[in-house]
Design a binder for this molecule. Structure first.
Ligand code: BG6
Length: 478
């Protein structure tokens, strides 16, 4: 037993995204979206990081695992019952924009799409689970990508506002926690996921990304406004991917470099969405990188007037920076640039494991913004083995989660206001970066494999029972 004091009503739970588990990609009137054209397997990493992707399907060359996901679309009741058995207080999930507006620019929503999420929310509420809903999680309607150029195009703000307002009006009695854009600050690394475009060349990536982000900032503020007006007892947050940045050593050149990276990557989006303004340092950064953001009159007022209520974020790893680095020094699996940290072990996919970094992250964010925080993603992607007796002994996952939860306990002791913790991929699902099923995060195993085979049967892993105890004791038994 530990002495950690997690607040009463702490939102323990798990997190998923529509495109990674629903499947049924053409059912219920859904339109095609970004995830539907993402190939499966490690080739996806190239698509994400190389400019010039054409958003076409090529079944001769690739597989498309998001088309079927884990069939949550038909099995949601069984899955939510399993979440309830673990004692979930909250379930973070996303709505697929193209189920509600199949093309994205329609005036009227697709009723079948709305009805599907009604069923999902009803099922959650029946079990006393509060839905925490991401409005946009890497699943922009394909039509908006192809016809409008994704978030490069200012018109998309209107479509997003209509979509978000439709959700608030329709689900106002069922959903009280909302998040606008998943990992909004990740967009400068991989615009394809968050902004729905693949830059023509590397040279234009930053310019286009910050222009797209500006449109999202305005759209997010308009959503905050609408959410507060339509659902007065709701809370709406931004969602960041957060990785504390360490200097490789105490060489002041490296410290300054790490500091600059941290400010640009971790704080520009947070400052705009929480403080309501672009930070002072962004001016010089934009100037030195030839970034020229086109704004319209009223944009800055909108951003200022409608900041978010809380910050939600994902935490998987920290990042270590050195001013001059060789190819060999790069940390292989980290999605950011950076060097290997000699003090850290890494996951099977090379993501460096750093629980202390989570305590830092929580303190840094709270020191800077003084708004409640919510960890909405954290977890270990690993290969799992089903034993002959059917058991799955994922002690490595339990160890990972235990250490991160301890870090949360410490941060709460430090004075951080933490609303909840929804660990990523509470049920095995398709990986976002590699499209693999074998990169598993869940407490619940799904019999589905990289080659598309499998019965889809759900099995409880050892971590299922462990997490159930964690929740039942409000974090005392780890
Ligand atoms: C986050 C995303 O970046 O990381 C999720 O919000 C994603 O969608 C998660 O699944 C883990 O990444 P991956 O690539 O292991 O699925």
């Amino acid at each position: 037993m530990t002495n950690y004091q997690f607040p009463e009503g702490f939102l323990w739970g798990g997190a998923t995204a529509a495109n990674q588990l629903e499947g049924a990609y053409l059912e219920g009137g859904k339109g095609m979206n970004l995830a539907d054209v993402m190939p499966g397997g490690k080739v996806r990493l190239n698509v994400i990081s190389t400019p010039g992707f054409n958003f076409e399907i090529d079944k001769e060359k690739y597989t498309y695992p998001n088309h079927d996901g884990i069939d949550f679309y038909h099995r949601y009741a069984e899955d939510i019952a399993l979440f309830a058995e673990m004692g979930f207080k909250a379930y973070r999930m996303s709505i697929a924009w193209s189920r509600i507006f199949p093309k994205g620019d329609e005036l009227e929503p697709n009723k079948e799409g709305l009805a599907f999420y009604d069923r999902v929310f009803d099922e959650c509420l029946k079990h006393g689970i509060k839905p925490v809903v991401t409005i946009s999680h890497y699943e922009m309607p394909l039509y908006l990508i192809k016809e409008y150029g994704g978030w490069r195009n200012r018109e998309v703000i209107t479509f997003f506002e209509r979509y978000a307002t439709t959700l608030f009006k329709h689900y106002k009695n069922k959903v009280k926690y909302w998040l606008t854009f998943n990992e909004i600050n990740g967009a400068t690394f991989h615009p394809i996921f968050g902004l729905g475009f693949s830059p023509a060349t590397e040279e234009v990536r930053l310019q286009e990304s910050f222009q797209g982000l500006h449109h999202q900032f305005v759209a997010s503020s308009l959503a905050v406004k609408a959410c507060h007006e339509i659902i007065p007892d709701s809370q709406i947050g931004c969602m960041l991917i957060y990785a504390p940045v360490y200097a490789y050593d105490c060489n002041p050149e490296n410290v300054l470099h790490a500091f600059k990276e941290e400010r640009i990557f971790n704080y520009i989006c947070g400052d705009v969405q929480v403080r309501g303004e672009y930070p002072a340092f962004s001016k010089r950064f934009f100037k030195e990188n030839g970034i020229n953001i086109k704004m319209e009159e009223g944009d800055l007022e909108t951003i200022k007037n409608y900041p978010v209520d809380f910050i939600s974020f994902s935490y998987y790893m920290s990042r270590t920076e050195k001013k001059e680095l060789t190819e060999e020094e790069k940390a292989a699996g980290n999605i950011f640039s950076g060097v290997k940290n000699p003090f850290l072990k890494a996951s099977d996919w090379g993501w460096e494991i750093d629980p202390a970094g989570l305590r830092l992250a929580l303190n840094q964010l709270y020191d800077r913004y003084r708004v409640p925080l919510f960890i909405v993603e954290n977890g270990l992607g690993a290969y799992d083995k089903v034993e002959e007796d059917g058991s799955i002994n994922d002690d490595y996952r339990i160890d990972y989660l235990r250490e991160h939860i301890k870090a949360m306990g410490e941060a709460i002791e430090d004075g951080v206001e933490l609303m909840g913790y929804t660990s990523w991929g509470c049920i095995d699902l398709v990986s976002a970066s590699t499209g693999e099923m074998s990169k598993r995060y869940g407490f619940i195993y799904v019999d589905k494999h990289d080659d598309g085979s499998g019965t889809l049967e759900r099995k409880k892993k050892k971590s299922f029972f462990w997490y159930k105890d964690v929740i039942a004791t409000n974090g005392e038994k780890l």
